[in-house]
Write a protein of this length. Structure first.
Length: 389
């Protein structure tokens, strides 16, 4: 079944890649070639207009003026290169027009002066207008980027407040309910309260709130580049075993978590606490998104200088179209099947970012209705960059 799931995921990924390859992409208006062509339109149009007016209507007494105006327009639309090329077009037209199409060309003194002065004037105009246009474009781009950044921050703030209020409301409601029941004597007198019934529920809800707060804090540190790793050498097999033991109480009677530590042990260099957060997050998701139960298998292996931790489940699975949002911040993939499953959308985002801080990554293979395989890959020697202790 798992082999079929992987094969289906590969097929979907190959089909998606083929469609992206076949899709025709037109160059944007900011592409250098497009801007150059746009900048050449005014000089070419002006030369054509002047030639027609001069030939069919009346002689044009001052040719350099209109041609310089065309250089200004070309530089504004296409930048310095378009302005320079437009100036060369104007210079060429002047030379041909003044020669009266005779060979060798004969020019009077005024025409020679026009030919000599037009080229440097056109070049100066092209450079000046092009630089002003570039500076204005950079200013507009910075303002637009700032506006988009502020809009993104506003959206993130709203998402943060919505997630925090929604996810904390559940555990706090349970805690408040149990405290009210203790106070009003539902469990007997205060001295007779059987804490064996109350303590596990309270402890579980406290752990949920603590996990949510830690995820948000680590996410904020990542966004501000303040999250650092405390590097040590540790046995990743033993770490995974502890993570399995921590997740097993959260699993229902329909789940079965299978794991056998590798022999010999695999030692890696990294932040042991945050590596534990990554593995626990993957295991918790495997259980949470397998509402019908089933087997969750965990494998640890050494592959080409890297330690690989794979978590297999037979749960709901993920569609190929939803993969890009899977590891995004607050990027929960909500479907009809999982809409009743709580979550913040921070867990996988934080897990992948922590893995990449270690010089590793998290990959996923999945298909709807066939489960998922999440694989954490970490270099055994630790991240290439030096981390602050």
């Amino acid at each position: 079944m798992l082999a079929g799931m992987v094969g289906e995921a590969d097929r979907v990924e190959a089909e998606s890649s083929r469609r992206r390859f076949l899709r025709v992409r037109l160059p944007s208006r900011n592409h250098p070639t497009v801007r150059l062509l746009a900048g050449l339109v005014p000089p070419a149009a002006m030369v054509a207009a002047v030639a027609n007016i001069d030939h069919f209507v009346a002689p044009v007494l001052s040719l350099p003026g209109p041609l310089l105006l065309a250089v200004v327009m070309g530089s504004f639309l296409g930048g310095i290169r378009a302005g320079v090329v437009g100036g060369l077009i104007g210079e060429g037209y002047l030379a041909v027009h003044y020669s009266s199409l005779t060979w060798p060309p004969q020019y009077n003194t005024e025409q020679v002066a026009h030919l000599i002065t037009f080229a440097p004037c056109a070049l100066a105009v092209a450079v000046l207008v092009g630089l002003l246009q570039r500076r204005n474009a950079e200013r507009v781009f910075r303002e637009r980027e700032h506006g988009e950044r502020m809009a993104t921050l506003e959206r993130v703030k709203s998402q943060f407040l919505n997630v925090a209020s929604h996810e904390l409301r559940g555990p706090l409601g349970v805690l408040n309910g149990y405290m009210s029941m203790v106070r009003d004597g539902s469990f007997g007198g205060i001295d007779a309260v059987d804490m064996r019934r109350v303590a596990p529920v309270v402890a579980q809800k406290v752990v949920e709130m603590n996990t949510l707060v830690n995820e948000m804090l680590d996410t904020a540190r990542l966004e501000e580049s303040r999250l650092t790793l405390s590097l040590t050498s540790f046995d990743i097999g033993a770490l995974v075993e502890r993570a399995v033991e921590a997740v097993e109480p959260l699993a229902s009677a329909k789940h079965e978590v299978l794991y056998t530590p590798p022999r010999p042990p695999i030692t890696v260099t990294g932040d042991e606490v945050r590596t534990g957060i990554i593995v626990t997050n993957l295991l918790h998701n495997a259980v949470k998104y397998s509402p019908a139960g089933g087997v969750v298998q965990v494998f640890v292996a050494l592959d080409d200088g890297s330690a690989a931790v794979s978590v297999w489940d037979h749960g709901l699975g993920i569609a190929a179209d939803d993969m890009p949002r899977l590891f995004s911040r607050f990027g929960r993939v909500v479907t009809r099947e999982n809409s009743n499953i709580p979550g913040t959308g921070l867990g996988l985002y934080l897990a992948r970012e922590l893995a990449r801080l270690h010089g590793g990554d998290i990959t996923v293979r999945s298909a709807p209705g066939r489960g998922s395989v999440f694989t954490l890959v970490l270099p055994v020697g630790g991240p290439d960059h030096s981390a602050e202790e």
